[in-house]
Design a protein around this ligand. Structure first.
Ligand SMILES: [Zn+2]
Ligand SMILES: [Zn+2]
Length: 731
């Protein structure tokens, strides 16, 4: 049958393209289509009876690559929603959603390594009967002694003709060959049965909702055993033949997690993240699509994977900002996941001790259910939180005397301390007190940060380095000061104040690779370390059972920030770090150094009462008309030539005001053009224009009308722009 297909092509183009097709390709199949003078790959996203173009002008699909759809129509629906909601070209969304091999038209099924194992017959077989075939015998004996499936890395050592030998063993019925789908061997299910009362209750609530859309928030303190609840629920989903998707923050995805989930559930688990090669991503993608992987764990982009029978999505540490993609296609994985769960009709489970205000708001307005896990599964007390008032107790350096003496106490009793400061480097301000000159990056609107390790000044925005000066370049004074503190300075102070203390620093400078991170974590677990100093890398997911003291420095910056989410992120971080301590047999203590001990925010932190904080903060957001009570989109522009970015936004704003949309506060508000808080990065001058509405539908309607005009504004020189719906980063 001949028909018209609507095709999305993976380029930065906003519309679909109509082609005739015979026989008609199913929705979700890949096709090769003529496009200008080229032939390119596209995805059929719809069928049509008629086209805007006269039918005799329509070109014809050159070839159909797939017999079966690679994307289901519900997933295509979700991808189209992403394109519409985030105002991104559908082709670009598809490019983001598909692994490279699929985008370039490679066969659907990737090549997996083959592993070999003995058959039942092989188990009974006497190796001596293979005496005349040396390599066969060696391979056979190796398989027998290892008693598990072996891959090429083990078998190639039996001799150069190992492949042939195994083929012969296979024809003799001694060995079977199968593709290797997972990195770890799959054994039986191994779930922890000893759930607490509240874990059981949470599990039951979710299990009652399988097969329908419901949104749950498991609000549990660190160590309350959220993961056990996820695993028990997923186990039930698997029993009915369903699959599960699990999203984790960038830093939380480790081979250990994959292995832990696989050994708990006893099914093949695959992972998906940006650190994988194209081939590995293709493998996981196909395993999800074919149903070979029962659970797929991944960072934000896993949310676009096609599944054979997806029946639940879990988002661990739901509040984490790494779920928002900030480049190319701007999307929030949490929102996409919600849309998928809703349209594919299955439950979605968020878990965190410190939910985003968006999610708390959803719960307060009846769109999500909160399941509390109040006690720790390990049944230890929550750490007590104490404030060190820096206005009374001046710290001579970064660490106050009270904090230092607490650390010394811990070292004496063989316990560990963790010092959290969310800034790497030695000192964030290099200043001349005589003339007030400060060291700034030549290419960015940013102060340079002194790094002790290489004695240079670093720009944390463009990563340029500059030599440290002895003299002020402005007044030639030799009295240049290092002001403020970072991880390196704290490390140095500890070594000076507590000679002999074993200090380890964990930040992006010391811990560039995941293996290095793991190496350091292992040293901490083995007790080879007295004090850990680190940035937010320490606040995510890792357990430090022997840490009984947490010191938190430099929290006050949250009070002065222009970003309306600063307090939310601050409180989340403090509670997350606080939760690292006292998880084994001893309860922990948390000391926070601050100039504002009277702030009501600290009451919530002291009581470990995140939801009270969230309600307080939501009240302020409501009064200030900020998200989640208002919906924003941010148009950013930047250019190498100062002024071009402003000029672009000026035209954009003019167009916005002339659109036939009512510009009252009740509909869409177009704010003034402002320079971005960071005015320059890598010599690009930056400015932004915010638009907002109390109703998401009004905003969508407005953006849809506005966007085609933006695309038509003549771009001078090196101007770049992007539109970010629900922006998280306002810098
Ligand atoms: Zn810079
Ligand atoms: Zn000076």
């Amino acid at each position: 049958m001949r028909g018209i297909v609507r095709v999305a092509v993976p380029i930065r183009h906003w519309s679909l393209f109509d082609y005739t097709c015979e026989p008609i390709a199913s929705i979700g199949c890949r096709v090769i289509v003529p496009f200008g003078h080229r032939r390119i790959l596209g995805i059929v996203v719809d069928h049509a009876e008629t086209s805007e173009y006269p039918e005799d002008k329509l070109r014809c699909v050159s070839s159909i690559l797939d017999e079966e759809p690679v994307l289901s129509s519900t997933l295509i629906h979700s991808l189209q929603w992403v394109a519409q909601y985030y105002q991104q070209p559908i082709g670009e969304v598809l490019s983001t959603a598909l692994p490279k091999a699929i985008r370039v038209g490679k066969p659907l099924i990737p090549k997996f390594d083959i592993v070999y194992r003995l058959t039942d017959f092989g188990q009974q077989f006497d190796a001596n009967e293979l005496n005349r075939a040396k390599v066969q015998k060696k391979a056979f004996e190796l398989l027998k002694s290892e008693a598990r499936a072996l891959g090429p890395e083990a078998l190639r050592h039996v001799g150069s003709t190992w492949k042939n030998a195994l083929k012969v063993l296979e024809t003799k019925g001694l060995v079977t060959a199968e593709p290797r789908y997972t990195n770890f061997s799959v054994n039986g299910q191994n779930l922890i049965d000893d759930l607490t009362e509240s874990q059981l209750k949470a599990r039951e609530q979710i299990l009652q909702a399988l097969d329908s859309y419901r949104c749950f928030l498991i609000q549990g303190v660190t160590g309350s055993g959220k993961t056990e609840v996820y695993l028990h629920v997923i186990a039930k989903v698997l029993e009915t033949g369903g699959q599960a998707m699990m999203l984790v923050p960038e830093i939380g995805l480790s081979p250990q997690l994959e292995q832990r989930v696989q050994s708990a559930l006893g099914v093949p688990v695959a992972s998906f993240h940006s650190g994988l090669t194209d081939t590995q991503r293709h493998k996981t993608w196909w395993m999800a699509l074919s149903g070979k992987a029962k659970v797929v764990i991944g960072t934000r982009s896993v949310v676009f994977l096609p599944f054979k029978k997806l029946k639940i999505i879990v988002i661990d540490e739901e509040h984490d900002t790494s779920f928002k993609q900030q480049e190319r296609v701007h999307y929030h994985a949490r929102s996409v996941a919600l849309h998928r769960a809703y349209s594919e009709k299955f439950p979605i489970v968020f878990g965190t001790a410190t939910p985003s205000l968006e999610t708390v708001h959803a719960a307060r307005s009846g769109r999500a259910e909160i399941l509390m896990l109040p006690e720790r599964a390990t049944r230890i007390e929550m750490p007590t939180v104490k404030l060190i008032d820096l206005s009374r107790e001046r710290a001579s350096d970064s660490l106050s005397n009270s904090l230092l003496s607490q650390i010394k106490k811990r070292i004496k009793s063989g316990e560990q301390s963790l010092i959290f400061i969310n800034r790497r480097g030695f000192a964030p301000v290099v200043i001349c007190p005589s003339c007030r000159w400060t060291a700034k990056c030549s290419d960015c609107d940013a102060r340079l940060i002194f790094h002790q390790s290489d004695h240079q000044l670093h720009c944390h925005l463009c990563f340029k380095k500059f030599p440290m000066m002895r003299q002020c370049p402005q007044c030639l004074s030799e009295n240049v000061h290092l002001f403020g503190t970072g991880t390196q300075r704290v490390e140095q102070e500890l070594q000076r104040e507590i000679p002999g203390a074993r200090v380890i620093r964990i930040d992006r400078d010391t811990t560039r690779s995941y293996t290095e991170f793991e190496r350091r974590l292992a040293r901490i677990q083995k007790g080879e370390v007295d004090v850990l100093v680190g940035t937010q890398m320490l606040s995510k997911g890792h357990h430090f059972p022997n840490v009984t003291l947490v010191g938190i420095l430099n929290v006050d910056q949250g009070f002065y920030s222009m970003d309306f989410r600063a307090m939310e992120h601050l409180v989340q971080q403090v509670l997350q770090v606080a939760g690292r301590s006292g998880r084994a047999k001893k309860p922990g203590e948390v000391y926070i150094q601050t100039m504002h001990p009277d702030s009501e925010y600290f009451d919530c932190i002291r009581d470990h009462d995140y939801l009270s904080f969230a309600d307080l903060e939501l009240d302020e957001r409501r009064q200030a008309n900020q998200p989640p009570f208002n919906h924003y989109a941010l148009l950013r522009a930047n250019s190498l030539v100062a002024g071009e970015e402003i000029e672009f936004l000026r035209v954009a704003r003019e167009t916005a005001m002339s659109l036939p949309v009512k510009h009252s506060d009740r509909q869409v508000r177009v704010f003034d053009i402002v320079q971005s808080p960071i005015q320059k990065i890598s010599n690009r001058h930056r400015a932004q224009l915010l638009v907002g509405s109390a109703h998401v539908a009004f905003l969508m309607h407005f953006l849809k009308a506005w966007l085609p005009h933006l695309a038509k504004i003549p771009k001078k020189g090196k101007l770049r722009w992007n539109l970010d719906v629900d922006p998280v980063d306002f810098s």
